[in-house]
Design a protein around this ligand. Sequence first.
Ligand code: ATP
Ligand code: MG
Length: 392
Amino acid sequence: MKELIIIKEGEIALKGLNKSNFEDALIRNLRHRLKSLGRFVYKRSQSTIVIMPEDDNTDLDTAMERVSKVFGAAAVCRAVTAPKDFEEICAAAVPYIAESIMQAKTFKVEAKRSDKKFPMNSPEICKELGGRILDAYPHLNVDVKNPDVTVTVEIRDTNAYIHAGNLPAAGGIPVGTSGKALLLLSGGIDSPVAAYMMAKRGIQLAAVHFVSPPYTSERARLKAERLCEKLAPWCGDMPFYCVPFTEIQEALRGNCPEELFTVIMRRLMLEIAQRIAGKNDMHALVTGESVGQVASQTMGAIVCTDDVCRMPVFRPVIGMDKIEITALARKIDTFDISVEPYEDCCTVFTPKHPKTRPSLSEVRTAQDSFDYEPLIEKAVNGAELKIIKNSF
Ligand code: ATP
Ligand code: MG
């Protein structure tokens, strides 16, 4: 029995002249995720990509799991191949579908004949194969409108493929097709979800994480790195910049009015982030802000932080509530790490009464009363880079 994986393209299928660029990127990403599992041949036709293992005993369970996290595919299925002969198709199909069909009460057969020279037409294939399946699994009934399982037979150019249903895949468009951006990654719940959402739109991400030793511990930095590891199956390998932020926070504490501390700190974070981005061919920032969630995320505070930005800031969770964000964090398996209780540099020196409606002019004046520029440059130059590899 020879098995393979079929990827059904999602949005890519709707692309025009540049469709092949998106397919190339999808195949590149699939190759990258599967290369440690063995050798595969990739074939594209009719808005699907067929992945054929070259070696017997390839671990297709793991391959399916990895493939289902690669953005750009709408659905994925595991199929068996058979020569283009009806008896051979039945011999392969009947035992192959056993597991899927055992729990089902109803089924139907769907035939897709891209090879029009095949001697039976689609209705004939459906009827005959349906009969063979009923003989083998007498507990089943046919239901063409709303079956529990759809058995699909695809007669392609060289072979027939048979499978018992698609599974939903990651959706979106392939990472790398929408340029690069820098994610401000805290140890919290929201920013990893923001990363997942922007990677889904094809953006390749690096992460920047601010640390304030000795106020924040080494464990806080490791927590952010572990979050990157969890993101890597979705986002691909991620450059991780760790920025020393202690001096800036101490300077802020000594020089700015306490109630404006948070908003000025966020302006400085975004300033540092955009300089790192600019030096590394990244053209946007990504944060996990959600409007109204905390004092630094009121409309007024966002206006004040955006004031320093010379590049777009994407905030994909801006309109989501905590329950929705948490559901996604669980789906991408970052939630359990995010709720580990290590201090984040934002929670160190949190003012008792942050201003929720700071005016831009008072914030600018307060920030200008001290020369932060040398500290900003020092933080940018002091960023430590590590590449977080997709280690599965
Ligand atoms: P999160 O759950 O993502 O930590 P949050 O609700 O705790 O968000 P804030 O602490 O106000 O909110 O942070 C808002 C955003 O600022 C975060 O989503 C993240 O993008 C960025 N951010 C906060 N702290 C850091 C940090 N230490 N390093 C890098 N980015 C940070
Ligand atoms: Mg946070």
